[in-house]
Write a protein that binds this ligand. Structure first.
Ligand code: ATP
Ligand code: MG
Length: 229
């Protein structure tokens, strides 16, 4: 396949010295791919994901995302813009209770002026099916809508890679489907690369590729039909 947008080589990590949470993780992801990462609780999925936008500094190995070296502290902000995250609990990731302000926060933070940021926010809200939601209260939205606001926040920054870490686990089936559709649309229209961490095997089955984590290692990596069989 084409250009590798994520390249991890032999990543090792331990929160506590001597207790490895990641052991020699190597992974290449091509631009535009939709990769599901599955695996038991505690297998290291979130730890790996947090490396991708420097929420966890690299201890061992090599990692580049969109050509940015994740081991280079001077490029943390560039990396965070290139690779956005949507977490399990949207409430924890809002910086404003006003939808439009929340979505505009990223672009502002990355140097856009007010009108540019507002425009990027409105475009991103439209892209996730929430056009006209700018003045709504984030707390008054459904879980699914909240996750789409979080996704819009990432899209407004023009992220090349989106990591969703159990983003649908607190959302009802309808909310899940709406989020899936919004992500699919971002892929189609922007060529966004998607890394979807999930325990939902139905979701994983629809990915281009499934990576199975086990005890801090990549235990399997291939097309859903092979890996999930
Ligand atoms: N901040 C932390 N400090 C110490 N240990 C941690 C920390 N975060 C995670 N761990 C440990 O690291 C290991 C991997 O955790 P991680 O959250 O990456 O797993 P996961 O695959 O995302 O699990 P889940 O499916 O439950 O989300 C686990 O043993 C966990 O207890
Ligand atoms: Mg996790």
């Amino acid at each position: 396949m084409g250009e590798k947008i994520v390249e991890a080589r032999d990543i090792g990590h331990a929160y506590v010295r001597g207790r490895a949470t990641l052991r020699g993780v190597s992974l290449g992801i091509s631009r535009g791919e939709l990769v599901a990462i599955v695996g038991e609780n505690g297998s290291g999925k979130t730890t790996l994901a947090r490396h991708l936008n420097a929420l966890i500094p690299l201890q061992e190995g090599e990692l580049s995302v969109t050509g940015i070296d994740a081991g280079d502290p001077s490029r943390v902000w560039e990396l965070r813009r290139a690779c956005g995250m949507v977490f399990q609990n949207p409430e924890n990731q809002f910086v404003s209770s006003v939808v439009g302000e929340d979505v505009a926060f990223g672009p502002l933070n990355f140097g856009a002026d007010e009108p540019e940021a507002r425009e990027a926010a409105s475009a991103a809200l439209s892209a996730v099916g929430l056009a006209g939601f700018e003045r709504r209260d984030t707390h008054a939205l459904s879980g699914g809508q909240q996750q789409r606001v979080a996704l819009a926040g990432v899209l407004a920054c023009d992220a090349d890679v989106i990591v969703l870490d159990e983003a649908t686990s607190m959302v009802d089936p309808r909310g899940r489907d709406e989020l899936v559709r919004a992500v699919a649309r971002a892929r189609d229209e922007r060529g966004t690369t998607v890394i979807w961490i999930t325990h939902d095997m139905e979701l994983a089955a629809r990915a281009d590729r499934v990576v199975v984590m086990r005890e801090g290692e990549v235990a399997a990596d291939g097309i859903p039909a092979d890996v999930l069989a």
